[in-house]
Each structure stands twice: as structure tokens, then as C-alpha cells.
Design a protein around this ligand. Structure first.
Ligand SMILES: [Mn+2]
Length: 246
């Protein structure tokens, strides 16, 4: 049995409304997730991409991120992640630097086994390059498998990625697809596999009205569909006042 936090779309470095206070809110949301991970003593934190708002986070945001990753490392909670579309760079990924420092694992087509779950990763791939994807993953002998991926997956709004095709083409049978990119929290079953978004951890736009949060997922839970239990936990955020134009 494994209990993990699934988070995504942190967008650290976003200076929303040109406000330095909002910028601090985005990194504070990451700190809150890390705090909950340590408090709940989860087996891992899975990040499904867009940890940073853009490809060039400033030094202050990087130092804050490093310090929160260090907190996880000291609590012996692995941080497993993929690269999102907002933060992807041509010359190399920030995630690789964190991995080099021993503070993160960049998930890929090889399994990273935590307790009895094999985790794999799929970075964001532009739509034009998807027809060439083979979805080849190295086999595992764990009890469960999950794919952490960044993209707009069906059956949710604005989707452009064929989830049923991905799952049937994959050489590994996944119990869950833990996604990032869509900022709206949701879940659905596609061919007996859970597909879920935890949503963003701060309001990246005024359209994101529902409470922000993350997923707490237990693999190997008796009585749950496919042995995967997905619960949503809310994060406290600054209150927004919405003014409707008439
Ligand atoms: Mn995002």
C-alpha cells in the first residue's frame, strides 16, 4: 500500500496582477503542500508539471523552491516529477538540476517504485509531435502502476490528447493517470483507469473559482475502484472578490 500526494500547476514565479504579494502566494501554496506531505507522512509527492510559471524563474523563487524540496528530503519523502509546458526549456530542465542535487526524481519510461507502486512519467509533448509517441514503458513487477503526465487529457474540457489511445498503446497497464495542465480539479474513469487532475494550487486566473487543492491518493485500498482511492484536500488561499460586469 502506498499513500501519495498528487499536485500540479504550482506556477511558482507568477507575478499575477503585477503584484509581488501574489507572487509570494504561489510559492506559499507549494510550501503548504510540502507541509501537508510531511504532516501526513506520505510515501511520496508526485508533481505533474508546471512547478514554475515560466522557463526562467528568478533566483529568489529558485531558492525558496530548493528550501521546500530540502524539507521533503529531510523528511525522507521523495519528490517525483515531470516537466510541464510553461517551464520547459531547450537547454535542459530545472528538474534535472534538482535531481542532480538529490532533491527530485525526473519520472520517465523506467519505473520508479515507491512501496508497491511503479511510477512513470510523460513530460508535456506538443500536439504536432504526438503521432510519433510510442508509449513504450519498461515493465515492472509492482502491484500497481501510475503514469504522471502533463497535458490536456480527455474526457475533460479543452482536451486535445486521446487518453483511451494512450492507455491502449501503452506497454504498461496503468491503474491511474495522474495529470497536470488543466487547472480544474476533476477525475473520470477511462477504460478502467482513473484519470485525475488535482487542479492548480493557487488561482492562476479569476476563472479558477473553486477551492484550490491537491489529491491524496492511496494505492491498494480495499473496496475502491482498481484499488485506487482518490481524495481531494483543499488548500487555504487568499479570498477573491469577484465583480461581475453587467
Ligand atoms: Mn499550468
Amino acid at each position: 500500500m502506498a499513500r501519495v500526494i498528487h499536485t500540479a500547476d504550482t506556477h511558482i514565479g507568477y507575478r499575477q496582477y503585477h503584484s509581488s504579494q501574489r507572487r509570494e502566494d504561489f510559492v506559499a501554496a507549494f510550501e503548504a503542500v510540502v507541509h501537508d506531505a510531511v504532516e501526513s507522512n506520505v510515501d511520496a509527492v508526485l508533481h505533474a508539471g508546471d512547478l514554475f510559471h515560466d522557463r526562467r524563474p528568478d533566483l529568489g523563487d529558485l531558492l525558496a523552491t530548493l528550501s521546500h524540496l530540502r524539507t521533503l528530503e529531510e523528511a525522507e519523502i521523495p519528490f517525483l516529477a515531470v516537466v510541464g509546458n510553461h517551464e520547459s526549456t531547450r537547454s535542459g530542465q530545472w528538474l534535472d538540476l534538482f535531481e542532480r542535487l538529490g532533491l527530485a526524481v525526473r519520472l520517465d519510461d523506467e519505473p520508479t517504485v515507491i512501496e508497491d507502486v511503479a511510477f512513470y512519467g510523460l513530460d508535456h509533448v506538443p500536439e504536432s509531435m504526438r503521432p510519433d509517441l510510442e508509449y513504450e514503458f519498461t515493465s515492472h513487477d509492482a502491484a500497481h502502476a501510475a503514469l504522471v503526465a502533463h497535458g490536456l487529457f480527455e474526457p475533460f474540457a479543452h482536451a486535445d490528447w486521446d487518453t483511451a489511445n494512450l492507455l491502449s498503446e501503452s506497454t504498461v497497464a496503468f491503474d491511474a493517470l495522474l495529470a497536470g495542465d488543466n487547472h480544474k480539479p476533476d477525475r473520470a474513469e477511462v477504460n478502467d483507469t482513473w484519470v485525475t487532475y488535482p487542479g492548480s494550487t493557487e488561482r492562476a486566473s479569476a476563472a479558477e473559482r473553486e477551492p484550490r487543492g491537491y489529491n491524496l491518493i492511496t494505492f491498494g485500498e480495499e473496496g475502491s475502484t482498481g484499488g485506487v482511492d482518490i481524495r481531494r484536500r483543499a488548500l487555504e488561499t487568499r479570498s477573491f472578490v469577484y465583480i461581475e460586469s453587467t
